[in-house]
Design a protein around this ligand. Structure first.
Ligand code: FES
Ligand SMILES: [Fe+2]
Length: 436
């Protein structure tokens, strides 16, 4: 399969090995994850000089660190001496400098060598002197920050971050614009989930508009029952968190077709619709008032009128901007995938608005919810089935040939929101990267 990748992907179907072959996985890490822009984290995760956060880009252990001049650096988490990982903790503060726990080599926050114990006596006459570039911690080839969201690319060439994000940049604009102060702040810490299945199954599921009313129907129905009971005896506003779940049952398959997916170059995609609801409870009205004071009526209407449920930034990010949450995908192996589930606060918004999106975070995206568990079970079952000899192809044919293509975007046709266009678009991007 590796020698003939072009045969793995057809416009409406994909060979199963794409999800299960370890050699293909290695090549994906090299040609996709270790090449394109990957989300590292939010700048508010490392507010003070010396603060660092570790993360994985493809197969590379990396860290993101704040220097004294406030600049953020992304470095390989590796000591140039004998290769020790510089930071073994997930996050912390390095102090004045990084100091390797093995032989005490020290590095500035930007990775430059600061000191080696008895450098003069130890290295005189060797190939190393204090200016040798191989004595620095290696930086990511490129680092860019968009509205507080830090990305790195391990390749020195390729499109810049803004060009790469293209229209999917709306994910970060929509999230930040909804804050009265125009910025968000991370809620420490994130949930971490390891799924026993390929990373692409996660990405494909994120804008699979057909699955929610099947996979999440049981949870949605139970929530709907409770919601109705509460509505009978209490104020309607109190049932809002149940409404977040009941929508999975009340929005049936045929209704999902009313939504629309718009796919973009590089595999990105937007799901429009669904969360366009604007409740009129006192908390929302108080928030609206602050926003109008800040932005004026016209701009306020534009901001809250952005009708997006979900933005997928291929290959490693799924953003729910109106609810200030995102999931970062970190592939660990061909059948093991870590997702980090992060949540953000709108700076300047009332506490109640934060609590509401926190409820969604816990009810829909956390490892504790049945919503997440039901998705994970299907991912695992897909991976098991795809590892079998029961068939060679994965079908992505739903509404194939009916999508509306314009330069730079492919939209699902009216009443075809459950089109598998987003998956076809991801595989198209995948093929392009893999054949590079
Ligand atoms: S491995 Fe880091 S100082 Fe030796
Ligand atoms: Fe789901």
């Amino acid at each position: 399969m590796l020698s003939n990748l072009a045969k793995c992907v057809e416009p409406d179907r994909v060979r199963r090995e794409v999800y299960t072959d370890a050699a293909i996985f290695d090549l994906e890490m090299q040609r996709i994850h270790e090449t394109v822009w990957i989300y590292c984290g939010h700048e508010s995760q490392i507010p003070q000089a010396g603060d660092y956060y570790t993360l994985q880009i493809g197969r590379q252990p990396m860290l993101m660190v704040r220097a004294k001049d406030r600049k953020i650096h992304v470095l390989y988490n590796r000591c140039p001496h004998r290769g020790n990982m510089m930071c073994g903790d997930r996050h912390g503060n390095a102090g004045e400098q990084f100091r390797c726990s093995y032989h005490a080599w020290q590095f500035h926050h930007d990775g430059r060598l600061k000191q080696i114990p008895m450098m003069e006596s130890g290295y005189t006459g060797t190939r190393l002197n204090k200016d040798s570039p191989e004595l620095s911690m290696k930086p990511a080839a490129r680092v860019e920050n968009y509205r507080g969201f830090v990305f790195a690319s391990l390749s020195a060439t390729g499109p810049g971050l803004k060009e790469f994000l293209g229209k999917s940049i709306v994910a970060f604009d929509d999230m930040c614009d909804r804050a009265p102060e125009g910025e968000v702040e991370v809620v420490p810490n994130c949930y971490r989930v390891i799924q026993h299945s390929n990373w692409k199954l996660f990405m494909e599921n994120q804008i699979d508009a057909l699955h929610p009313s099947v996979v999440h129907q049981s949870t949605g129905r139970a929530a709907h029952e409770v919601e109705k009971q509460i509505a009978r005896k209490a104020k309607a506003g109190e049932a809002l968190s149940y409404h977040m779940l009941s929508a999975f049952a009340t929005v049936t398959i045929d209704k999902w077709d009313n939504f629309q997916t718009i796919s973009y170059p590089y595999g990105h995609c937007v799901l429009a619709g669904y969360m366009g609801l604007r409740p009129q409870d006192p908390d929302t009205l108080a928030y609206d008032k602050i926003m109008i004071r800040k932005y004026g009526q016209k701009r306020f209407e534009e901001i809250v009128g952005v009708n997006i449920h979900h933005v997928l930034v291929y290959p490693g990010l799924s953003v729910q901007s109106p609810l200030q949450q995102l999931r970062a995908v970190r592939p660990l192996g061909v059948d093991r995938t870590l997702t980090e589930i992060w949540h953000f606060r709108l700076k300047g918004a009332p506490e109640a608005i934060y609590r509401r999106s926190l409820a969604y975070y816990n009810l829909v995206n956390s490892p504790a919810t049945l919503i997440n568990a039901d998705d994970l079970e299907n991912f695992w079952k897909c991976h098991q089935g795809l590892s079998s000899d029961g068939g060679d192809w994965v079908s992505l044919a739903r509404h194939h040939g009916h999508d509306i293509e314009k330069p730079g975007e492919i939209s699902s046709a009216p009443n075809q929101g459950t089109s598998e266009a987003p998956m076809r678009n991801q595989m198209k991007a995948w093929s392009k990267y893999m054949s590079a």
